[in-house]
Design a protein around this ligand. Sequence first.
Ligand code: AP5
Ligand code: MG
Ligand code: ZN
Length: 217
Amino acid sequence: MNLILLGAPGAGKGTQAKFIVEKYGIPQISTGDMLREAVAKGTELGKKAKEFMSQGKLVPDEIVIGIVKERLRQKDCEGGFILDGFPRTIAQAEALDRIMAEMGRKIDAVINISVPEEEIVRRIVNRRICRKCGAIYHLIYDPPKRPGICDKCGGELYQRDDDREEVVRQRFAVYRKSTQPLIDYYRKRGVLYEVDGTKDIVSVKSEILSILEKLKG
Ligand code: AP5
Ligand code: MG
Ligand code: ZN
């Protein structure tokens, strides 16, 4: 299955991607995670990406498209993949169409997780992430058993640099302008599935997994 998870910042793409990975064993390709890794390592790419990310702006299309193109060619993507946070612009979606065509593949489903702005802010400012394994927590909705420590691996929990309220508002504005048009783009292709992202984590999970089960047929 070749999947795309679409949704605003904080809609739950990363949270839900991890459930799909668990169930189907296909890799999660999160451009945000890949870019943050490059920033943490201080690579050339990381240096370029950092200034955009810290301001809540999109990293230029050509950079992100290049990263995804390379990643999709890796062996672990042969049995399918979950794109999380890509595409985010019409130009990226068109580039993805070309990449898929070159590989003789297609996108099977685009799952749009919708959540309104006020809930987004509540979610993001209380998010914590494990530095070691990337597990995602929420201080209120999905807290770790011991404060500041990952349940899964004992790693340290941290708050993302761009998760301050003013940056979150900026990210949401960018989402509305550049990414929301993708909903129509994929609806017209008949591959769009809508999920109500305001429900709790487990309900959203069952809704998504039931869509995927039907898809598998
Ligand atoms: P990226 O890392 O992709 O961030 P994002 O899209 O803003 O999305 P988030 O990761 O913030 O949210 P999420 O939907 O994964 O939510 P999560 O599951 O964590 O991108 C970061 C930056 O990188 C961008 O701003 C840009 O600069 C750059 N970038 C990345 N991709 C790019 C691209 N393609 N082009 C250009 N630039 C790019 O959940 C959020 C919180 O809510 C968590 O605390 C979680 O526990 C909680 N939660 C989740 N679901 C629920 C629920 N149902 N109920 C209650 N709480 C919930
Ligand atoms: Mg994410
Ligand atoms: Zn961990």
